[in-house]
Design a protein around this ligand. Structure first.
Ligand SMILES: Cc1cc2nc3c(=O)[nH]c(=O)nc-3n(C[C@H](O)[C@H](O)[C@H](O)COP(=O)(O)OP(=O)(O)OC[C@H]3O[C@@H](n4cnc5c(N)ncnc54)[C@H](O)[C@@H]3O)c2cc1C
Length: 458
């Protein structure tokens, strides 16, 4: 074999798999193939503030390149098994927590902060109680805020540590995976590479590609969910009494009207709303900087409604894309609407937006989200905003801004062993692309788990 191990994707999962293999078996020949750019050339004009709209880089620089989707992220590192993926189903929660702590220790080695926000303090318990009184459920988690700019620095440090110990090839998409009698042959543009073990870590942006490869290799997969909703932006003061204590509050609510689950997600105190390109669709997201000088006066967070479809429908990914494409059709990208206008049933236009006390951090097109999201989603989101208003008065203000559409796709979930090996021996699948994680902590943990299993075989 040309390589002992080939890793597809240099996102969080792939990087931690490579890092751990280097610790355990430094003599192995390891190749990491990444379709995006290296960490120095990863530049998104939107993140750099040079353009207001996505210019559709191929592949998208937010999602692809060394560090994967996490590179420009806010770097909220959650120490919990309650959300961020389903890795606990394979490893058990205790082992998963050990791995999450281990990945954090590696981050700290490369420059991460040691400051941790916790839900286990008298102040946090008071917030939890107040939430419970209003039928909102605060999920328990310790959380670290690495910060968008510090996150990039940590990744650069990791890259510089690994660069001369294994082989990286950037701008190198893997096209197909061929199973050999022993090992795998990866087809690149104009060449092939053979490896004894293959670790697939293609993330969300490579999820559809990977699902096709799994079908070709005859591997079993199950459907996953799609989460759809909006990003809420309001003055940071409205949530300060919560975000100062727990930083990111994951609040879950069951709506009275439909019994659906709505949750807050990815909370960015003093942050910025950003647009992102998911497979050619412009959707909304958010982040915040650790550096106080770069902070805004607003807090943003997503409100997401989860949809898990049953037979005969089996294309949650297409469903999410279809809804998101409506906002692109109407607004040429992300739409923004004032909460008061939405409830009144009128469109927010430039003129009304001009009167808003809350100043948007993203230049989105004022519009009408009720023409985009299904009524059921809209009703769920409105009900949740009124529920949040009880623990953070001001959430339901007229000028609270709603951006749409925020969509979270989850890859089809692959059949895997406890070691994260697929039904084909020697082929491992980790991270968001395998449908088993959806956050930095569990993605990193999945890489370490697969690396340890492979190390045992040498
Ligand atoms: C804007 C944004 C903000 C986020 N913020 C947070 C946060 O604060 N906290 C948190 O916990 N999570 C956050 N997340 C989620 C987190 O980034 C992901 O869960 C995590 O990066 C998943 O790691 P991964 O390695 O599985 O996939 P990814 O990080 O997506 O990496 C996959 C890599 O594989 C490459 N690839 C795909 N297909 C191929 C192929 N065929 N050939 C070669 N390379 C390929 C891609 O280019 C990509 O670089 C955020 C995500 C986004 C998009």
């Amino acid at each position: 074999m040309t390589y002992d191990v080939a890793i597809i994707g240099a996102g969080t999962a792939g990087v931690y798999a490579g890092y751990e293999l280097l610790q355990l078996r430094p003599h192995l020949k390891i190749l990491i193939l990444e379709m995006g750019a290296d960490i120095y050339k990863r530049q998104c004009p939107i993140v750099a503030g040079k353009v207001r709209e996505c210019i559709s880089c191929k592949p998208c620089s937010i999602m692809s390149g060394f560090g994967g989707a996490g590179a420009f992220s806010d770097g909220k590192y959650n120490f919990t098994t309650q959300f961020g993926g389903w890795l606990g189903d394979y490893l058990g929660d205790e082992e998963l927590m050990r791995l999450i702590d281990y990945v954090d220790s590696v981050n700290v080695r490369f420059g991460a902060t040691t400051e941790i926000f916790s839900t286990d303090s008298p102040e946090a318990r008071a917030i939890e109680k107040k939430a419970l009184e209003n039928d909102l459920h605060l999920l328990q988690a310790r959380c670290k805020h690495l910060g968008t700019e510090r996150n990039l620095k940590i990744l650069t440090n990791i890259y510089e540590y690994m660069a001369d110990k294994c082989e990286f090839r950037f701008k190198t998409p893997v096209r197909t995976i061929e199973a050999l009698d022993e090992g795998y042959r990866l087809h690149l543009d104009g060449e092939t590479v053979d490896c004894r073990f293959c670790v697939a870590a293609p993330g969300r942006c490579g999820a559809e590609w990977f699902a096709d490869r799994c079908r070709e290799l005859g591997l079993s997969m199950t459907n996953n969910q799609v989460d759809l909703g909006v990003r809420v932006e309001l003055p940071a003061k409205v949530f300060e009494h919560i975000t100062d204590v727990v930083y990111e509050s994951k609040l879950v609510y069951h709506t009275k009207q439909y019994g659906d689950t709505v949750r807050t997600f990815c909370m960015n105190p003093y942050g910025h709303v950003v647009s992102e390109n998911v497979d050619g669709l412009i959707t909304v997201n958010g982040h915040s900087y650790a550096d106080p000088a770069l902070r805004s006066e607003n807090t943003n967070f997503a409100l997401l409604v989860s949809n898990r479809f049953t037979k005969p429908f089996n294309q949650p990914y297409q469903y999410g894309k279809h809804i998101a494409s409506l906002s692109n059709m109407l607004g040429g990208g992300v739409l923004v609407q004032r909460f008061g206008d939405l409830v009144k049933g009128i469109r927010t236009n430039e003129h009304r937006m001009g009167h808003s006390f809350t100043k948007p951090t993203l230049a989105a097109t004022p519009g009408d989200l009720s023409l985009v999201l299904p009524k059921r989603h809209m009703d769920n989101i409105i009900e949740m905003i009124y529920a949040l208003d009880k623990i953070a008065p001001g959430t339901a203000n007229y000028d609270t801004l709603l951006y749409g559409v925020e969509v979270k796709f989850y890859s089809a979930r692959l059949e895997l062993t406890e070691e994260l090996e697929s039904e084909r021996p020697g082929l491992f699948a980790i991270g968001d692309g395998a449908g088993i994680t959806r956050g930095l902590a569990q993605a990193g943990a999945s890489g370490v788990q697969a690396a340890r299993a492979i190390a045992k075989r040498f």
